[in-house]
Ligand binder design. Structure first.
Ligand SMILES: [Zn+2]
Length: 311
């Protein structure tokens, strides 16, 4: 089975380095509250920086869903210009990232399925449309209201397509509710990818989630404010010691230009160089490093079952 990227399908085994939670392009809609407006849209700066990183085999998992800043046309252009692979998401983010009247806040399972099997909304009229490879859920820790309705839609779309559901969690809050909720809709834990859970430093909880089959996204390695030495690195070593490195994926989550090299930050290449170096220093095997930084997420994004014909 192949992995759907914005420039076509690839064999997940070809991925040598994957940034499992990234933001490559964010162009917010007009009317989004200024406090929730994040812009990452300098095409020349973004492609310039990404070109320095790609010697082949690099995958970036873009986590911005439609209506909340995604532009699949730009993702495709950046992937081609920088000679790397990018995947896109359908689904939904937290309400604050949409303008007050947002059609995307009432999307249905059919909308998500169409983006996974046919085309993202903004590339529907392209000769070769760009498809999404996962369903994003912006989860704040409580399953209620329209968020619950959208989560049910995500569950139906995941079941229909075999696509993974990629969660934004608020520092892991309420993450233990997710596996039972989605299993109730017939979506196994192995189709759930829980991001930002390393902000909740609770090894017993992480081990339980991983043993149940969920993939955990760790993305604070290059975020000093989360004290990575005492949190994510410690968690990672505990997970490895418990034999759970097949259920963790490493990402950077550089949503703000100030985190990129062009914006004065460490940059994607710099951050990965130091993460990989530290992994070697603490004695991780090459195989374990490859799982954490490439293979786990690449295999996760492959649809678990063939989409039903005629969808
Ligand atoms: Zn993110």
């Amino acid at each position: 089975m192949s992995l759907i990227t914005v420039t076509g399908e690839i064999d997940p085994g070809e991925v040598l380095l994957a940034d499992a939670h990234e933001h490559v392009w964010i162009q917010p809609e007009a009317g989004v509250d200024p406090s929730a407006r994040i812009e990452l849209n300098d095409y020349d700066a973004i492609t310039g920086e990404l070109r320095t990183l790609s010697s082949g085999g690099v995958l970036l998992v873009d986590c911005q869903p439609g209506g909340a800043g995604r532009d699949a046309r730009q993702l495709e252009a950046v992937a081609r210009a920088a000679n790397l692979w990018i995947t896109a998401v359908t689904g939904f983010h937290q309400r604050k990232y949409y303008p007050p009247a947002a059609p995307h806040w009432s999307q249905t399972a059919d909308d998500f399925i169409a983006e996974l099997t046919h085309a993202t909304h903004e590339t529907r009229d392209h000769a070769v449309p760009v498809r999404a490879s996962a369903i994003k859920v912006g989860y704040e820790g409580v399953i209620e209201g329209q968020t619950r309705v959208l989560m049910e839609a995500a569950a139906h779309a995941a079941r229909a397509t075999g696509a993974t559901i990629l969660f934004h969690t608020e520092q892991g809050r309420g993450v233990e509710l997710l596996i039972p909720f989605f299993e109730g809709y017939g979506v196994p834990a192995s189709q759930l990818y829980l991001c930002h859970v390393d902000k909740r430093n609770d090894f017993a909880l992480h081990a339980d989630l991983a043993r149940a089959g969920a993939l955990l996204g760790y993305d604070t390695f290059a975020r000093p404010k989360y004290d990575p030495a005492n949190n994510v690195w410690r968690l990672l070593q505990q997970m490895i010691a418990a034999g759970l490195d097949h259920r963790v994926a490493v990402g950077l989550d550089f949503a703000f230009p100030s985190m990129w090299a062009f914006g004065g930050g460490q940059g994607i290449a710099g951050a990965y160089a130091s993460i990989l170096k530290r992994m070697e220093q603490i004695g991780l095997t090459a195989d374990s490093i490859r799982r954490l930084t490439a293979r786990n997420i690449a295999q996760q994004l492959v649809f678990k079952t063939a989409p039903p014909s005629g969808v």
